[in-house]
Design a protein around this ligand. Sequence first.
Ligand SMILES: Cc1cc2nc3c(=O)[nH]c(=O)nc-3n(C[C@H](O)[C@H](O)[C@H](O)COP(=O)(O)OP(=O)(O)OC[C@H]3O[C@@H](n4cnc5c(N)ncnc54)[C@H](O)[C@@H]3O)c2cc1C
Length: 449
Amino acid sequence: MSWKRGVGGRRHTVQRTETGVERTEVVIVGSGFGGLAAAKRLGRVGIRCVLISRTPEHLFQPLLYQVATGILEPREIAAPIADVLRHYPSIDVRLGDVVGVDPDESVITYTDTTGAHQLAYRSLIVAVGAEQSYFGRDEFAERTFALKTLDDALRLRAQLARVFAAADTTDDEQVRRRLRSFVVVGAGPTGVELAGQLEELARRHFDRPIEVTLIEAAGLVLPPFGGRLSSYAKLRLAHRGVDVQLNTTVTDIDDRGVTVRDQKGREHLIEAETVVWSAGVQAGALARTLADATGCATDRAGRLLVNQDLTVGGYANIYLIGDAAALHGYPGQSPVAMQAGRHVADVIRRVLDPGTRFVYHDKGSMAMVERFAAVADLGRPFRLTGMIAWLLWLGVHLFYLVGFRNRVVAVASWAVAFIGDGRPGLEHLIAAAHRGETPVAGVKAAAPT
Ligand SMILES: Cc1cc2nc3c(=O)[nH]c(=O)nc-3n(C[C@H](O)[C@H](O)[C@H](O)COP(=O)(O)OP(=O)(O)OC[C@H]3O[C@@H](n4cnc5c(N)ncnc54)[C@H](O)[C@@H]3O)c2cc1C
């Protein structure tokens, strides 16, 4: 057998077995934070890999809300994965959906526009992230906006253009109020950042009053931060007029808005045209398939209870990293996925011994509340709020944005939005909405009556 040119044009990444199945050394599934970190580490030493992802780009999910609110353009947070890995000739990037794993034969099955294919591996790294969880109420997906993919962000952006434009043209005060009412479910970093930006968008860009309600089942916003940082974020949002409802759970969502139950068991309806769900995650289809195939146990969110070295079940050559894995309660955050990606790459290239335990080194977390105000937890005593935390937020996000050009453009976009009051991503949509055109096909909410 000889090494052959891969489908993506890379040399020496695959060979064919006698049965005609392609074979490579490492298959990586997913081009998110975990998959990309592993690929770079392996590519640096020329290990043959095939990276398969259902999306052609590496998506910087933490900034999706800024695409939705018109601050950034999709290309600024989504770098084409083939470009990112162009300096690593041993990596073959393929667009495809991995649908099956045969752990005993060490073969995966993936589909693309040309059909189904099999690929044999020596090591497999699964880094497929997580999906939105509606806690058993999947019908909520049809009635809410999500923030998980670029399409989600663009759908929400189109909705914002539609409701702001429609509110300006109606004479009915009740309809206008409803159009300018927003509910965000979940006060984690995404919910807090989005609620802050919605308010800022209305006040600074549109100069219109809006109502934003932030619903959280826990007793504080930004639960993982806790203490002074959570209180600061809540006070800051409340000061801006965001109605923060804690210890409150969603019981129903319909055309009128969101019905919630408070701590005392009282239910009430919050009317809103736009509801954004950012309340939880669960493992996706491939993680479930992998759990079934390997007999690996899962937690309540369907995440696989991986071994301490990130291997799955009894298979020493299958690794699961990132949001689909559960280990030691590590948070579903990008640094965990990246460190895990580098860890398994180091085991595969024998810098670490097989079986080496993965230990996450927490360098801190941060969330922006509004322009010039953020919270940053870098470990005691460095728990920062306000402008200094915001500058830190800015620096860290710039550092992790992929691509020099994206960094430069992002700085320019932030200057336009935060020093000025421009929202370039929304302006043409608003103009289109005023002309009566639907900004983007597939916008969920119906036109107001
Ligand atoms: C809105 C939002 C805001 C966030 N904010 C923060 C933050 O501020 N700080 C922070 O640290 N973390 C944040 N996170 C979490 C962070 O983005 C995740 O922890 C991180 O992306 C997990 O990396 P991953 O590699 O596990 O998965 P992902 O980055 O989600 O990547 C998964 C990849 O797998 C691919 N894929 C999935 N299924 C298949 C399949 N069957 N076949 C082929 N490819 C497949 C996808 O296309 C994608 O490329 C945020 C997440 C979201 C959604």
